[in-house]
Design a protein around this ligand. Structure first.
Ligand SMILES: [Zn+2]
Length: 217
């Protein structure tokens, strides 16, 4: 799991803290699997108070480049990115899942509830399975941010589709599931983002979905 490829995306850090606590405290996953986490990828940007995304010539989540058939001179420009690439490639076991946590646009237009990045019309089977599991966990965490499976996968940031992101890197490295989760900055009036709700957002879904989706508020 990685977080803060974009240094300003603070609420994602709370969600990562909640995920790590849950894995360590209560799940067989924490016992049966080794969890690797890089909580702050762009630590220089965080310390400087940068926004970070789209920093020229490219930001940390556009830095997962390698030499290819045309050029052997491509390499990451950030030490953290190069270190992560080397670390992932040094792992001996299978890469079961990789999750990169981000924040979306500021608010509105679907940016106020958590969602995975992708094409909602062509959801990867592994991600679909994860969505089903999250849906099945409904309402166990009433203090958490709501996760709406109807809006659980959204197209976001068209530039990312072909970009050398962490998600595309681990996908190429053979991860069974490689996903990007966007944690809202603000939330909704009924479901605001707070440190506590973001930590707990791993994850519940709203009771109303049990009887079918309704108009978004
Ligand atoms: Zn981001």
């Amino acid at each position: 799991m990685t977080c803060r490829h974009h240094s300003c995306e603070t609420t994602a850090s709370y969600a990562l803290a909640g995920l790590l606590s849950a894995l360590l405290a209560e799940t067989p996953l924490g016992r049966d699997y080794t969890v690797h986490a890089v909580p702050i990828v762009d630590i220089d940007g965080v310390e400087r108070g940068d926004q970070g995304k789209y920093r020229a010539p490219h930001d940390h989540n556009r830095d997962y480049v390698d030499g290819n058939a045309l050029s052997s001179s491509l390499s990451p420009i950030y030490a953290a990115t190069a270190a992560i690439m080397g670390y992932v490639r040094s792992l001996s076991g299978p890469l079961v899942a990789a999750l990169d946590l981000h924040c979306p646009y500021r608010w509105g237009n679907g940016n106020d509830t958590p969602f995975f990045v992708g094409d909602p019309e062509a959801i990867d089977p592994a991600l679909s399975s994860l969505l089903d599991r999250l849906s099945a966990a409904t309402d166990r965490r009433p203090e958490s941010l709501a996760f709406d499976p109807e809006d659980g996968v959204q197209g976001f940031d068209g530039q990312a589709a072909a970009a050398p992101t962490f998600r595309s890197f681990v996908d190429e490295e053979g991860a069974d599931l490689a996903a990007t989760l966007e944690v809202p900055y603000v939330g909704t009036a009924a479901d605001p983002v707070t440190p506590a709700s973001a930590r707990a957002s791993a994850v519940r879904s709203r009771r109303r979905w049990a009887s079918g989706p309704s108009e978004s508020s």
